[in-house]
Every structure is written in C-alpha cells, then in structure tokens.
Design a protein around this ligand. Structure first.
Ligand code: ADP
Length: 334
C-alpha cells in the first residue's frame, strides 16, 4: 500500500465522501473548468432541459467523481453511479438505462473500459434516448425499442486516448482535469482540515501541499495521517514541523517522493551512473514488478523532471542527482 498512490486505498472510498464539496463554489482550483461548467449548467437551468453529456478526463484523484456529484446536486437531480468494469454485459447497462428518471445523471467511471456491446448500446442511448431491449433467444429473438427519458451521461476516464471516437463525439462538453498547483492544494488542505475539525498552524498546509503530488486525494490522505499524529500527541494544532515529522514517519519526503521513488532514483544514479537503464533491470534492482515501476512511480518522476524515458532506457536528470545530494558524474558523496 503506497501512501502516495493516487488510487483509493483501504476504506478510502468512504472517507473520500466526507471531504467532498457538494457545490461548484466549494470545488477548489481549476478556475477555467469551473467557469465553463458554471455556464454550461446555468444555460441548462434556464432552458429547463438536462444539459448535454459531459466527459471528464484526467488522472485519478483529481476530482472527477466529485464534479459529477456536484453537477447532479447543482441541477437538483438524482445521480446513478457505475463504472466501465462493473458493466459486464450490455444487458447490465440496458437495465440501468431503462430505470433512469427524467433528468437523472448517469455517472460512468472508467468509461474507456466498457465492453464493446455496452458501448454500442450507449451510443444510441446518448444520442436518441432509446434503448433496444432484446426479447427471447435464438432465431425467434426480437428487439423492442424503449424510449428513455432525457438524462445526462457523465463519463470519466483516465485514458482519454482509449475512448473510441464515436463515443467521444457524443459528449457535448469535455473537461480536462490537471494536477493542482501548490497554492490550490494548500487551499484544499485548509478546507479539508476545517471539515475534519483539525487546526493548522502557519505553513502547515504549505508543507502538506508540497508532498501531495498535485493530487487532492493524496493531500486528503496525508492530512488524515497528520490528524492521527496530532491526536496521539495531544496537540492543539498541527504545526509545519508536525507535518514534516508525521509524513517522514511514512517515508514521504518534501517533494512527495516515497521509499520506492527514492529506490528507483538511487538505482539509476548510484548503480548505473545516471543511466540509461532498461525498465526490467531497474525493476529488478528495486525488487518490484516492471509494471509497478512504470505506472506507479515513473509518471510522477517524469512529470517532475527527475528522470526521462529514452529508447535506450531511463536516464536520471540533474534534479534526481541533486535530490540525492549528489552531483552528476561524481562518485557517491557518502
Ligand atoms: P477521481 O474521481 O478523479 O478519482 P475524486 O472526485 O474521487 O477523484 O476525488 C478524490 C478526493 O479528493 C475526494 O475526497 C474529493 O472530495 C477530493 N477532491 C478532489 N478534487 C477536489 C477539489 N477540486 N476540491 C476539493 N476536494 C477535491
């Protein structure tokens, strides 16, 4: 279990709920996206028709589910939540669709993972508000068209490139969520601390934001660990130093790197003089699956400029050497 994972861990889906803002004004950051969505929702309200379908694209933990729930709440309509992998047969989707109430929001997380047959059913449902229900089996089977009430589909995806273009084309509005800058994460941490009843001293939110990898879910998780620290030590509030100590206990450093990230950087820098080193060799050095290194560690290390991927393998950038207290092409200082 990685503290800095952007996916929920343990029973977090439950604790995520507690910290979700319910109105658009409570959603921190992403100002452009919020302004677009605000206009989109206001127009739908004025027209008194459900808005067009919405696609939310971006990495895990940045607020896609939260936004979907905010949309439903702002429109005062119910929301049905499902996900691509949860729908195994087209029939599963047909029964959800045929039970939607007028105006209801249908949220499909990981929409790029819908089975093919369900996807095709969805095209018709999104475009014509109709679903063809199959009755009977074999040569005698027939399909009965069923008219659906107008609803708003909200799809979320971490892999926009994997969406078939006919599906993508059926969304009237696509929102891209980006990693949050530190200032926005600070605000988010302050808001969450308020909800949790935790008082933060000066710069505590800043220290937390630095370690959160641009990701609200991680910020909220680290904040809960800081709250544990404050409770156990009977402190009136969390000071910046408490944040540093509590998160050092979980081996998360001031750049948000954890033990595994550091092991990867160490392997490249110390064992391979900065690389290039192949993914499999690297994974073996740190005792992890290649896939874990590639999908869990590397995206953040690459994004933050610690390493680059080249055709010959992974290469450590000067920032990686610096972070380990070394200079490029210099022997181990220790
Ligand atoms: P996703 O669906 O993209 O994986 P979630 O919507 O589940 O992410 O968000 C994860 C957690 O982070 C939730 O507790 C959510 O309330 C919080 N969160 C995400 N974005 C924001 C934001 N912009 N403002 C406040 N809280 C946020």
């Amino acid at each position: 279990l990685r503290m800095v994972s952007s996916q929920p861990i343990g029973n977090e889906p439950v604790s995520d709920e507690e910290l979700r803002p319910h109105v658009l004004d409570g959603f921190i950051g992403q100002p452009q996206l919020k302004a677009q969505l605000r206009l989109f929702l206001d127009a739908a309200r004025k027209r008194e028709t459900p808005p067009d379908h919405i696609l939310l694209a971006g990495p895990p933990g940045l607020g896609k589910t939260t936004l979907a729930m905010i949309v439903a709440n702002e429109l005062e309509v119910p929301i049905r939540i499902t996900s691509g992998p949860a729908i195994q047969h087209a029939g599963d989707l047909a029964s959800i669709l045929s039970s939607l109430e007028p105006g209801e929001v249908l949220f499909v997380d990981e929409v790029h993972r819908l089975p093919r047959a369900a996807e095709e059913l969805l095209y018709i449902a999104m475009e014509d508000f109709r679903v063809d229900v199959m009755v009977g089996k074999g040569p005698g089977a027939s399909s009965i068209p069923l008219t659906l009430p107008r609803f708003t589909m909200i799809g979320a995806t971490t892999r926009e490139g994997m969406l078939p273009s006919p599906l993508r084309a059926r969304f009237g509005f696509t929102a891209h969520l980006d990693f949050y800058p530190h200032e926005e994460l600070e605000k988010l941490v302050e808001r969450s601390a308020g909800v949790l009843g935790l008082e933060l001293g000066q710069d505590a939110a800043h220290e937390l934001a630095l370690r959160s990898r641009g990701t609200p879910r991680i910020a909220n998780r680290l904040l809960r660990r800081v709250r544990d620290w404050v409770i156990v030590h009977d402190l009136p509030r969390a000071e910046a130093e408490d944040v540093r100590q509590a998160l050092a206990l979980y081996q998360i450093d001031e750049e948000g790197l954890d033990r595994l990230d550091i092991a990867v950087l160490n392997a490249i820098v110390r064992n391979f003089q900065g690389g290039p080193v192949g993914l499999n060799t690297l994974a073996a050095m740190v005792g992890e699956e290649s896939e874990t290194v590639e999908t869990v560690c590397e995206p953040y290390l690459v994004r933050e400029g610690f390493l680059i991927r080249t055709p010959k393998g992974r290469v450590a950038m000067p920032k990686a050497w610096q972070h380990l207290g070394m200079r490029p092409n210099e022997d181990d200082v220790n």
